[in-house]
Design a protein around this ligand. Sequence first.
Ligand code: FES
Ligand code: FES
Length: 177
Amino acid sequence: MITLTVNGERVTREVEPRRHLIDFLRLDLGLTGSHAGCEHGVCGACTVRLDGEIVRGCLVLAASLDGADVVTIEGLSDSGEVADLQANFVARNAAQCGFCTPGMIMTAADLLAHEREAGRGTPSRAEIREHLSGNYCRCTGYQAIVDAVEDTLKARHPVADLGRGTAPAPRSSEATR
Ligand code: FES
Ligand code: FES
């Protein structure tokens, strides 16, 4: 029996010792936004946020998650955290079949959330590609996906140069971190 928080709600369930998080979410909780692709940790379709960091849902055993905090694409979407990113995916036509999209959004959201940590500055286009490189798109929509993430970064930080000049000073909220 495990008790954890999923998308802000407390959940208690009995789980088989071999049940992976992705199956727990999809089959036990009905949260089918996270997709199961390779189920071997390669494609990133199953990406979810676990205690603030993104993980492969197909590599984590649900039984190990007692007390954990999990956020899936449903929770990320409902909170509005990535509303601008999602709008840019639509505007840039970054979703073709859409199978990879939830994992891409989860991974891009991680970049957006951590973008300027440790004085790295605003990510360049190459860094966006690097951050997304663990997520496979079978429709080969990478160009449009990078465009959508780049547009979101630019809109959130309009004075940022995305690697083509001097990085802006940290925002006041970041200066106190
Ligand atoms: S389904 Fe988990 S990485 Fe592919
Ligand atoms: S949009 Fe089809 S796999 Fe990426």
